[in-house]
Design a protein around this ligand. Structure first.
Ligand code: NAD
Length: 354
């Protein structure tokens, strides 16, 4: 089988992660790098990358390179990706593919003009927690799902550097929102998003959002809540999903969640008033134990398969597969993020068909 060669532009956190952390397949080898920072070039050599280019022209001009991975801050993606496509390379752009939908359209036009292709590193489509949740929903274990809540929350603020600046495409919507919205769009496809409401958080940062909370609806449901926080000293569960026959929680990325669901043949029970510290309740009292069953989710069943992304690039170049992440999918995500920004700006629900 042919092995394809890739070069990375931008050897920071993610560029290095492509080389040392995630690309393990024999189908794609990462052999070259270009970064404007000499320290990063030195790091690449220490990591065993053989080709250190003196300029980006050299990188895209290298006939041996089949794939260019763009892993710079977001504001450089469009230009670098276009130039690589003009040089005939298959381009992998880090997420978010561009800063706006207009830029993404430019990139798509460039692909059409040059006949080259690009894809986007939406690696969180392969996240075990997401696949575990999706599998349970698709098997119908919760009945008809009416609410999905997807959250990533921490308290470490926005990382130092370009992520804190709007001009570079900073902020948590573009950083994390792009992953979490993509997961939902892929799960619900071909259903469209009909409305979006969003509040951006600016808890400690004025220029860029340091988190956000949004609610969007897909046609015929469900309602999806997505929240990202960098000032949350207590973390909410990664996933909470509610259906008419059960609910699922996956508290952390360890994937050890559980499902609580009604028994197949529902048992009726006496409704009694429960007396709590906060007073009596009937409606909100826990259900009788013999009317429900609990399923522990086995986090070990779901192993991360980061290589799937690179194997797909090789299969695509062989001519045996379509690209796993398509520009039209990224366009939907970009437009949903833009609707979220508009909702925050106007403090209103944005009606849409995305
Ligand atoms: N898919 C994911 O899970 C994931 C995770 C983290 C980051 N990312 C994405 O990866 C990209 C890079 O993020 P990062 O965290 O690695 O940032 P980083 O700051 O750690 O690294 C960026 C690197 O790009 C270099 N650079 C900047 N401008 C350049 C240019 N014009 N030409 C060549 N090199 C240039 C910098 O010197 C730096 O080494 C961003 O688009 C980010 O959103 C994706």
């Amino acid at each position: 089988m042919k092995q394809y060669k890739a070069a990375i532009v931008g050897y920071g956190g993610m560029g290095r992660w492509h080389k040392t952390g995630i690309c393990k397949t024999e189908r794609v080898s990462i052999t070259g790098v270009y970064d404007i920072n000499p320290e990063r070039m030195k790091q690449a050599q220490e990591d065993g990358i053989t080709k250190a280019y003196s300029s980006y022209e050299d990188l895209i001009g290298d006939k041996e390179i089949d794939i260019v991975i763009v892993a710079t801050p977001n504001n450089f993606h469009l230009e670098l990706a276009c130039r690589a496509m003009e040089a005939g390379k298959l381009v992998v752009c880090e997420k978010p593919v561009t800063m706006t939908s207009d830029e993404l359209q430019e990139l798509m036009d460039c692909a059409a003009k040059t006949g080259s292709k690009f894809t986007i590193h939406q690696n969180r489509r392969a996240d075990p927690d997401y696949l575990e949740m999706r599998d349970a929903v698709e098997k119908g274990l919760l009945g008809d799902v009416f609410e999905i809540e997807s959250r990533v929350t921490g308290s470490r603020g926005i990382p130092e550097g370009w992520r804190q600046y709007a001009v570079a495409g900073g902020g948590m919507m573009l950083d994390w929102g792009v992953h979490l919205i993509d997961q939902m769009v892929m799960m619900m496809s071909p259903k469209k998003v009909t409305d979006v409401y969003c509040e951006l958080y600016h808890v400690n940062y004025k220029e860029c959002d340091d988190g956000f909370k949004m609610i969007m609806h897909f046609e015929q449901g469900p309602s999806v809540t997505i929240e990202v926080g960098t000032s949350h000293f207590l973390s909410a569960p990664r996933w909470l999903v509610f259906g008419n026959r059960g609910a699922l929680t996956i508290p952390t990325w360890d994937c050890n969640g559980r499902i609580v669901r009604a028994k197949e043949h529902e048992v009726t029970w006496e409704e009694e008033i429960i007396y709590t510290k906060a007073g009596p309740t009937k409606t909100m009292a826990p259900r009788a134990k013999d009317t429900i069953e609990e399923i522990e989710l086995d986090g070990d069943l779901w192993k991360p398969d980061f290589d799937i992304f690179y194997r797909n690039l090789a299969d695509f170049l062989d001519g045996t597969a379509e690209l796993r992440v398509k520009p039209e999918e990224a366009m939907r995500v970009m437009k949903i993020m833009e609707a979220a920004f508009e909702s925050d700006r106007t403090r209103s629900v944005i009606k849409c068909e995305i």
